[in-house]
Design a protein around this ligand. Structure first.
Ligand SMILES: C=C(O[C@@H]1C=C(C(=O)O)C=C[C@H]1O)C(=O)O
Length: 179
């Protein structure tokens, strides 16, 4: 039985040694625009499977990352699928805010299709990490019948005017980034 939210506890680095990454890994990890759009450009069909969407308090680290006084947030966890193959596990943290609940209850619409349409969107720096074969994330990989392997992930804080939210993405085995 999977308990959400999944832990993405890791050593997130904003200055990872890029010479440890292949050009393809760098291309995907540092993609500044919508990952949804990039995946759609590679696939015949694209879909979002919502794994969990729930009210959940931000951790102290997340509150610091977001400069957020409140801890209450909406946690959203999805799979992004290309041609019905799960490519990315994404976890977003949307602080509760009277003015910005437009990103709540997105259902199977990808966040990226909404936020990248907004000219005021600002993406702060992208942090990268690796999840080794012992990380608890591998339970999801096994449930998806995918092979255990070291996984690459990225996360960044986005701002829409004075509203900050956190998006993390983990590239699953078989993702284009590993090709
Ligand atoms: C932020 C984006 O939205 C994508 C879609 C998400 C969702 O629907 O929950 C979450 C993270 C992203 O992979 C993007 O396309 O870059």
């Amino acid at each position: 039985m999977t308990t959400f939210p999944l832990s993405l506890s890791a050593n997130w680095l904003s200055d990872i040694q890029t010479d440890d990454l292949t050009p393809t890994e760098q291309e995907w990890l540092f993609e500044p625009h919508s990952l949804t759009a990039k995946l759609k450009s590679k696939a015949t069909s694209f879909s979002v499977k919502v794994l969990s969407e729930q009210a959940f308090n931000l951790s102290h680290e997340q509150q610091q990352l977001l400069g957020c006084k409140t801890s209450s947030a909406l946690n959203r966890e999805v799979l992004l699928l290309c041609d019905n193959n799960p490519m990315v596990y994404a976890q977003s943290w949307l602080p509760n805010n009277q003015t910005h609940n437009s990103l709540h209850n997105m259902g199977e619409r990808p966040l990226g299709d909404v936020i990248f349409q907004q000219p005021e969107l600002v993406r702060q720096n992208i942090e990268i990490t690796r999840f080794d074969s012992k990380h608890s994330l591998q339970n999801l990989v096994t449930q998806l019948n995918l092979p255990t392997q070291t996984l690459l992930g990225r996360r960044s804080v986005f701002s829409l005017n004075d509203y900050q939210f956190l998006v993390a993405e983990v590239f699953l085995p078989g993702a284009y980034l590993y090709s």
